[in-house]
Structure formats: structure tokens, C-alpha cells
Ligand binder design. Sequence first.
Ligand code: ZN
Length: 384
Amino acid sequence: MNSATPADLVLTGARIHTVDPGLPEAEALAVRDGRIVWLGAAADATAYTGPATRVVDAGGRLVLPGFIDAHNHVRLGSDDACAQLAGARTLDAVHTRIADWRTAHPDAPWIEAEAFDYSALPGGRMPTAADLDPVTGGTPAFVLSYDVHTAWLNTAALHRLGITRDRTDLPFGRAVTDPRTGEPTGFIRDFAVKGLSREGHRALRDLGVPWASPDRQYGRLAKSLDDAVGYGITTVVEPQNSLDDLALFRRARAEGRLRSRLVAALFHPRGTTEADLDAFEEAARRHADDRLRVGPLKLYIDDVVEPRTAALLEPYAGCAHHRGDTFYPPEEFAGLLTRLDARGFQCFVHATGDRGIRTVLDAVARAQAVNGPRDARHQIVHVE
Ligand SMILES: [Zn+2]
């Protein structure tokens, strides 16, 4: 090997899987200006080693290409300020977790928790305020499901957020009511399509829910970004963001916390206007470099199976007629997807029920028939 321009970094003594059929394995690599410029046998690495080259011996450890995670909600979960309910499989276990959290945080103005599992409730029923009140007392409680598609409130939180029998259509969701009394039960559906929208987040923040504050949002993002890079994820696709959320990514970048590349999809709720689409395109133009890119759109055709808000072909088990709803009539959705495709947007569509999935596939077929095929890479996400 002839001498080459010295590299910034030489890694030797590694088991490198290149995923390149021409050179599937290597022992050493050289990096210059942030790019791998050479791979090969350890004996040849000296050609890239100059006085200023940092040399790292991997000690025989495995080296893989960086992972690209095509769907990672780095702004959700990983919230140190919440009680953690993952793995609490019964209502008693949920109570214990919350009681322990309260003991550790006796002065907290809100009780917040994440990752409750629907199956923790007995008999397949959905949770109610009465299920929380015994362990939360008069302190408002805000509990998110593991999929962040629903929220569970206690009686104090219902009062604090102004939810009554006459006010159930909320900026952050739809309050379920008791069919006998008409009173809100404490269970909030459609949180993902409303609570995680720009308006929903602003409403929760203005109502004083700590979870929605900018610092808490940033804390979740920064921790998840650290986790991602720790697992070797070098590109993260964050699938649902508002224009407000882009400030969090810019802050992470400015503070050196954006160590993976990040692709941010923008949430397109029903009712998004042409002016909104213009703003999305402007945001895409402003964020279009190697580290931070904005571009795809996130839409929903239905919700999720557990609270019976996914759109099914047949009725849900135990229900005579209920099949769930799509958020758009199929014809309207096909027209919308065709217009977005014509403007050049890549669309990520959440669809979990078989009727929801069929509606999206029909819409993509319509877009291709009308606009002609292109490298659009539309996705159905969360297929169940
Ligand atoms: Zn998702």
C-alpha cells in the first residue's frame, strides 16, 4: 500500500461488517472530514496514519454501519419527570407505581405518568377517573397510554382542564362520556391526532399541564436523542411534528445534542389548508442539510385497536355494529392524497385497522393513476 493522505481517525483491530458484497469484512478503517475514506486489512492502515491521526484499537469488537430508524418518536416517552407505568399489568400495580411516585414527589402540583397498558384494566374496559382517584386524591393526574393515543385523567384533572358533560370536544382530544349519566369518564380518546397537534399542545401548555411545557418537551427529546446515538442509530425519522416543534430540534442542534441525523415529518391534521402546505414547504426549504431535514407529511386514516378507534371491515368482537371510523370518507382521502402527491410530498399515513389500511392503499393507487408513478415512497405506519 502506498502512502495516502493521513486520516483524522484510524480504527484498527475491529470486526467490521461492511454490508458491501465486494468487501464484506474488514479489520480497519480510516475517516477523514467525517467520512469513511478507506476500509481494509489492519496491516495496510499505517498508510493512513500520520502524526495527527487519532488511532483507536477496537480490541476485536464488532463494527456495523449506522442504523437508520425510519420511525422513532424521539419527542415522546423517556420522560424522567413522569411516573413510569411500563410493565404494570394490573390496576393494583398501576396504583402502587403512582403511590410510590407520590411518596417521592410529595409537593408535585400534578401527578403525571406515561405508558399505561390498556390491558391493565379488568374485563377489557377502558380506564376511568374513579380508577385513579383513590391514589391521587385532590391532585390532578394526567396519565398517557403506552401508544400516546389516549389520556387518562382523575376527577381533579377533569375540573382543572374544564371538561364537563357539555364540553367533551377538546383541542387535545375527545372526552368519553358515561352512556347512562352523560358525565365525562376521565378517558380521553384521539389524543394522538389532537393532543399531539400544534393546537392541542398549546392548549395543554396554557392550561398548566407540566408535560406540555417547552422545557419538558426538550428534556424528552434530548434524552431520546442520546439513547438513539447510544444504540448506534445515526439517522432518526421523527414521524409527527408541528412547526412549533422544529424549534426543539434547532435548540438540540445548537446545544450539541443532535448527534444523529434527524428527518422530521410534519403533522397534517384534517383541515390543513393550502397556506399550511405553503408553510410546510417553506420549513422544508429552511431545514434541508445533512443533519436536519424537514419534509414528509404525517396523516391519520384511523386510530388504534384497543379503544376501538381503528377502522375495521367487520365489527369489533363483542360489538353488534361498531367497526370504528376513518377520519376521512374514502373518496375525500383519495382526493387529498392525490393532491399532496401532485405537490411532491411524501406521505406517512397511520393506519391500523384493515378498513383503514384498505382506504390508504386505494388512495395511493388513485394518486399513482392520476399523477403517474414517481419515487414517492409513501408509507403506511403502525400497520396492525
Ligand atoms: Zn408512530
